[in-house]
Design a protein around this ligand. Structure first.
Ligand code: B3K
Ligand code: ZN
Length: 844
């Protein structure tokens, strides 16, 4: 397969003004007629070529004259007039047999599309690249009652409908849906008075699960007007729920298509976390209308232009809807466990990659989450006021463009009249920067010496220092009071010294407040500050961080055969958890443990070899010790955190349930599951039901509840996914692979449904000690499934294969076992481009 390089970019040789498509839908022989107005690009003359894959070309003509194109590896080519012309073609495709879930496919009798990044070429011949933008007119013919496409409805009759999207768009934003659907609708009036028809389209029976998504959509629309001054630009906004979908959702212009799990919500079937996730994904896709659709990407290397910015915007939105400190901690947990891990392993790549074989492999936590962190840092560096002025300029200057990261940074440079070339390195250098901190104190002068290094990553060595905005504060060691205001230091050198004079005592440092820079702080020298921070820290992130860091060190100590945390740690935890001035959601986070995988990474980074089983035992042992220390207060606090009355997914009740359920997990270590069983039996919402089930399963008392849960929910696919993942996720290490195998043998384990496959396999992978079982059974099991799934759905297989990215952390035996599986996968004939690229990168 061919490797594509950013440096090889050339503009399109032919531009498109208008696209007309007619679909005559049929499960195995859908006909797609296209009528496309092309014109030569005066700035970039070249040959005419169209992308196309898995298409059966029936006929083609130019300006009405039949033509006979030459087929190429990824489409066709043909000599064409040096003047505007009309290309017409008819192709046949088979949605029913398309299990890759890319292009046009059938999901439970419903037609739908997924075109990002390069799925449109599976629908018809087209210049399938984001810098070719055109208006689309679409006619759909089918007996199905609901026929949808992008833009506004322009006509409809028996067995057909017609749509026109006035906004020029790249093909990846094209969408079509046809099915027996119902809509739940509402309206939104924009700031300038335009009334927009909003609808969520679902199967019969799911109507009662649409309210939350609709409400989230309205909140998003209002928020984007208020905060970014962005109004919606069509008369209709449709959301469709689809059962089989490779990711969360897709921002197609005016017709967002969602994984059913990212849109359907009701208290008895969805957890608080589901509600929060749905709110955020609805917002994310809606926000793409400006950051992604109105301004799109010139090429796929610029993916972070739309994704990093849109993630940042949805994070801001969630912070405003809920608790900003809690959201920041949640984001940091995700970033550190997933993105830092990616950055530290064989799959590390810059936020703007320089080359790829399969672009779908680059929809990563680095592009998305680290991409969002870069926006956050930019905002810190220039200040809020300049940030929003820069964004106004961006929307103004680039509306209708397919833009680049250079365009984006230029907008900021012009706004602040400054030079951000060093900041640009964040987009091109992979790897998480490490900041080593040392301090000196002499004659009232305190020095903080900060040394910055960026580790080598595949293909990249000898990196330049980054421009890091580092927020810090000093505290008085005796009074515990903060000394002066928080300061933002601009680190641009490999070594920086921050000096403070005239101090009576050596101050206590609080660094990288708010986790404003996505870096690893080497805090060995600050370890003594953590109990102080738990008591005195004024930055909510760093206070949580102190607890987190103590918990992590306690687990490492236990996992490496030492004694674990001391009394002061447990005392501090007990104090915090009972502190009613703290948000319950925050207290729940304080009680949380890093994942076993995080501990493995930490041990590896400290030069050790992690033993998954010992780490598992350490997490269990620490939970028990925390439970014992909190023994006297657990029942009362658990009772106090119960929420009575009508269920609400808003932050305040959610926080109480989060704390209550965290306490329940601890309680069940002491009472053998009595409280958890009572909660399970009485639960009137999914949050409490599934938390109780998890608590019971974790202490191996879950069989009765498991059966009851299945009997209650066997007909609800989304709820049953929770049932599947709960089992693989909580199984004891020695039973995990067998549990997963048994589940995959069930009738209702339909692995062509990505949600179901991820439920079982994702649960197993998260169960570190189970997946990394000494005999290698977890590795063989995953490899078997990757091979099987890859033959139908390469994206799904490729994504799951990242579970192997950490293999070099482990002992020689485990490494050998994994290597054997990686080589076995690579040896398979007709492996997809997706999985070949992933496994080869991991193997190196
Ligand atoms: N833009 C889509 C992701 C497309 C993934 C293609 N493999 C969803 C999102 O980020 O909003
Ligand atoms: Zn996105």
């Amino acid at each position: 397969p061919q490797r594509i390089h950013l440096s090889d970019y050339t503009p399109p040789a032919y531009l498109v003004d208008e696209v007309h498509l007619t679909f005559v839908l049929d499960p195995t022989s859908t006909r797609v007629k296209s009528r496309i107005a092309f014109r030569p690009n005066p700035d970039a003359p070249g040959t005419f070529a169209l992308h196309g894959e898995h298409l059966d070309l029936i006929s083609a003509s130019i300006d009405g004259e039949p033509v006979d194109p030459a087929f190429t590896e990824d489409g066709l080519t043909l000599s064409v007039p040096e003047a505007p012309f009309i290309w017409e073609a008819e192709v046949e495709i088979s949605p029913e047999t398309n299990k890759a879930l890319e292009g046009l496919y059938l999901s439970n009798g419903m037609y739908c599309t997924q075109c990002e990044a390069q799925g449109f070429r599976r629908i018809t011949y087209y210049p399938d690249r984001p810098d070719v933008m055109a208006t689309f007119t679409v006619r759909i013919e089918s007996d199905l009652p609901v026929l949808l496409s992008n833009g506004n409805l322009t006509g409809r009759g028996d067995g057909w409908s017609e749509w026109h999207d006035p906004w020029p768009k790249p093909a990846y934003l094209f969408a079509l849906v046809a099915g027996d659907l119902l809509d739940v609708h509402d309206t939104f009036t924009t700031a300038s008075g335009r009334e927009v028809q909003l609808a969520v389209w679902v199967r019969k029976g799911d109507e009662h699960k649409c309210g939350w998504a609709l409400n989230s959509l309205k909140k998003s629309m209002a928020w984007d007007e208020e905060v970014y001054g962005r109004e919606y630009d069509l008369d209709i906004f449709n959301i469709v729920a689809v059962d089989d979908f490779n990711m969360g959702a897709m921002e197609n212009k005016g017709l967002n298509i969602f994984n059913a799990s990212a849109v359907l919500a009701s208290p008895d079937t969805s957890t608080d976390a589901d509600f929060e996730r749905i709110e955020a994904i609805v917002a994310h896709e809606y926000f793409h209308n400006w950051t992604g659709n109105r301004i799109t990407c010139r090429d796929w290397f610029q993916l972070c232009l739309k994704e990093g910015l849109t993630v940042f915007r949805d994070q801001q939105f969630t912070s405003d809807m809920r608790s900003a400190p809690v959201k920041r901690i949640e984001d940091a947990i995700l970033l550190r466990s997933r993105q830092f891990r990616e950055d530290a392993g064989p799959l590390a790549h810059p936020v703007r990659p320089e080359s790829f074989v399969e672009i779908n492999n680059f929809y990563t936590v680095t592009v998305y989450e680290k991409g969002a962190e870069l926006i956050g840092m930019l905002k810190r560096l220039v200040g809020d006021d300049a940030y929003y002025r820069a964004l106004d300029l961006y929307f103004d200057r680039h509306d209708g463009d397919a833009a680049t990261i250079e365009d984006w940074i230029k907008v900021f440079e012009d706004t602040i009249d400054g030079d951000l070339s060093q900041f640009m390195l964040w987009y091109s250098q992979a790897g998480t920067p490490r900041l080593t901190v040392t301090e000196t104190f002499e004659d009232g002068t305190h020095e903080i010496i900060l040394e910055q290094t960026i580790p080598n990553t595949p293909g990249q060595t000898n990196k330049h220092p980054h421009h890091i905005p580092l927020a810090f504060a000093l505290f008085d060691p005796t009074t515990g009071a903060q000394l002066g205001e928080e300061v933002l230091a601009d680190l641009t050198e490999a070594r920086t010294v921050l000096r403070h004079e005239g101090l009576e005592r050596k101050p206590v440092l609080s660094l990288n407040r708010g986790f404003a820079a996505p870096i690893i702080l080497d805090t060995t020298s600050l370890a003594d500050n953590r109990l102080f921070a738990l008591a005195n820290e004024t930055d909510s992130f760093n206070r949580w961080e102190a607890a987190r860091s103590l918990t992590r060190d306690g687990l490492i100590s236990l996992a490496t055969g030492e004694g674990g945390p001391d009394d002061p740690y447990f005392d501090a935890l007990a104090g915090l958890v009972q502190d009613d001035t703290l948000d319950p959601a925050y207290r729940a986070l304080i009680l949380g443990q890093p994942s076993q995988d995080d501990i493995a990474q930490a041990i590896f980074e400290a030069g050790g070899t992690p033993d998954p089983l010992l780490i598992y035992r350490a997490t269990e042992a620490l939970r028990l010790r925390v439970a014992q220390r909190l023994q006297d207060i657990l029942p009362a606090l658990y009772a106090k955190m119960q929420v009575h009355g009508v269920y609400s997914p808003e932050a305040s009740d959610t926080g109480k349930r989060a704390l209550a359920n965290r306490l329940l997990g601890l309680l069940s270590r002491l009472d053998g599951g009595t409280a958890a069983q009572i909660q399970f039996d009485r639960a009137d919402n999914m949050t409490n039901q599934i938390a109780a089930l998890h608590a019971l399963l974790s202490i191996d008392r879950g069989q009765t509840a498991l059966a009851a849960f299945e009997a209650q929910w066997r007909d609800d696919r989304l709820v049953m996914n929770k049932w599947f993942s709960a089992q693989t996720g909580t199984a004891a290490p020695e039973a995990a692979v067998a549990t997963a195998r048994t589940l995959t043998e069930r009738e209702d384990f339909d692995w062509t449904n990505p949600n179901r496959f991820r439920a079982v396999m994702g649960g197993l992978i998260a169960n570190s000690a189970g997946f990394h079982a000494e005999d290698g059974a977890g590795y063989t099991f995953l490899a078997d499934w990757l091979l099987k799934v890859d033959a139908k759905n390469p994206q799904l297989a490729a994504r799951m294969s990242a579970a192997f990215e950490t293999w070099k952390r482990y002992d020689a035996d485990r490494q050998d076992l994994i290597k054997t599986q990686l080589d076995r996968i690579l040896a398979k004939d007709s492996l997809s481009r997706d999985l070949t690229e992933m496994i080869s990168r991991i193997r190196n």
